[in-house]
Design a protein around this ligand. Structure first.
Ligand SMILES: Cc1cc2nc3c(=O)[nH]c(=O)nc-3n(C[C@H](O)[C@H](O)[C@H](O)COP(=O)(O)OP(=O)(O)OC[C@H]3O[C@@H](n4cnc5c(N)ncnc54)[C@H](O)[C@@H]3O)c2cc1C
Length: 362
């Protein structure tokens, strides 16, 4: 009790699971420091022990596991936006969630160059895992400086290091938590922009890939049992936000983000009919797809989904573009093993050159 009075940011019995509930974290102690000084104090107190920082635990991999000391930096979440020529640079507290960052940036007329499919990760977690999605580059590509707390090799004491060039910066851009505790990230941002999107359907992958030239931000979904592709054509647009943009968002939320998954859950958990699942994919899913409805909206709304609304396990595969035509049929024994599980499983098939992604949900 006395200890707790001195270290209110320490919690003793922590047992947490990640988003996919496929990893259990049982650290010996857990902290949520409120500032950099507290981070240094914690490091000094636990010299020689294994220490791991975590974000919002949206990783499915072992990158979040550690049985030693855990540090959650959610209270370090300030955002400072500064103009830099035609662009902007933001200094962001490690524990700031991407959605909060986007809101703050938007207030200053800015946004991130690249986004993942969701916006609930922390900036430190996202850059530590090379999170990517829209556009060719990952979010890490735009990181210019990382402020880290780590141990001085000669004294063994904790100190703050700023990494802004060379191999160290490259390492910090995808360090999986192993370079030190990230305190803040300086990331290049751009002026806010609009994105136009519309859907089409095609049976030929060649057509899908050809469309990428006109729609560099597009992504596509391979629909099992229908064996066709739903293409979400997307490109930057100088036009204003569409009058119906808000309605389109509601449509997405209701039909795609929630409706589609609820439908699958109902079939899998209630009806339990493989035949109905196949029929739904073959015939029903496409009924809800409004084709060629062109809508322009703010990039930070258009490029993300509520993909985190339903717990699932996801595997991402990078495929060289020239191999992509071999298609999901040529894919993974591993994924067929997962199909037997009672979680939603999403397999994202990414062309290494184009960052186009195809999703297949079971
Ligand atoms: C529904 C869903 C959709 C997703 N979509 C995408 C996508 O479109 N594209 C994509 O690339 N990824 C995607 N991901 C993966 C996700 O972006 C990454 O797993 C990301 O790391 C999660 O961030 P987090 O804040 O939850 O970090 P965590 O999962 O908590 O941590 C990830 C790593 O970062 C390290 N870390 C966290 N904070 C710090 C810190 N302060 N200092 C040092 N190291 C730290 C941890 O030690 C760990 O190694 C998705 C995940 C989910 C659940």
């Amino acid at each position: 009790m006395l200890f707790k009075r001195f270290y209110p940011w320490r919690s003793f019995s922590v047992h947490r699971k990640n988003f996919g509930r496929n990893r259990v974290l049982q650290p010996s102690a857990s902290y949520t420091p409120a500032n950099e000084q507290e981070v240094l104090e914690i490091l000094n107190r636990h010299q020689g022990q294994s220490i791991r920082a975590v974000g919002r635990l949206h990783s499915w991999s072992e990158a979040i596991i550690g049985d030693g000391v855990q540090m959650d930096l959610r209270r370090l979440n300030d955002v400072l936006l500064e103009p830099d020529g035609d662009e902007f640079v933001a200094t962001v507290g490690a524990g700031c969630q991407v959605k909060r960052l986007l809101k703050e940036l938007n207030r200053g007329g800015a946004t991130l160059h690249s986004l993942g499919l969701i916006d609930v990760q922390t900036i430190a977690g996202a850059i530590s895992t090379g999170t990517h999605g829209s556009g060719r580059h990952s979010m890490s590509h735009y990181v210019e400086e990382v402020r880290l707390a780590r141990y001085d090799e000669s004294t063994g004491n904790a100190f703050i290091d700023e990494v802004s060039a060379g191999d160290n910066l490259l390492a910090a851009r995808c360090s999986l938590g192993s370079l030190g505790i990230i305190l803040s990230v300086k990331i290049r941002c751009r002026a806010q922009y609009n994105v136009q999107e519309h859907f089409t359907e095609s049976r030929r992958l060649d057509d899908v890939l050809a469309a990428e030239e006109s729609y560099p931000l597009q992504q596509f979904y391979f629909i099992p049992w229908r064996w066709s592709y739903f293409i979400q054509h997307r490109c930057e647009d100088t036009a204003k936000r569409s009058f119906l943009a808000r309605m389109y968002r509601l449509y997405w939320l209701g039909v795609m983000d929630y409706g589609m998954h609820l439908k699958i859950l109902f079939l899998e958990r209630v009806l339990r009919s493989r035949r109905m699942i196949r029929f739904t994919f073959r015939r029903l899913v496409s009924l809800f797809l409004i084709r060629k409805w062109k809508v322009t909206d703010r990039s930070s709304s258009m490029l993300v989904m509520k993909h985190e609304a339903f717990r699932h396990i996801e595997i991402e595969l990078f495929v060289p573009r020239d191999q992509l035509t071999r298609g999901p049929q040529g894919l993974p024994k591993k994924s067929s093993r997962l199909q037997g599980r009672k979680t939603l499983h999403c397999q994202r098939l990414t062309s290494a050159e184009s960052m186009t992604s195809a999703c297949k949900k079971t």
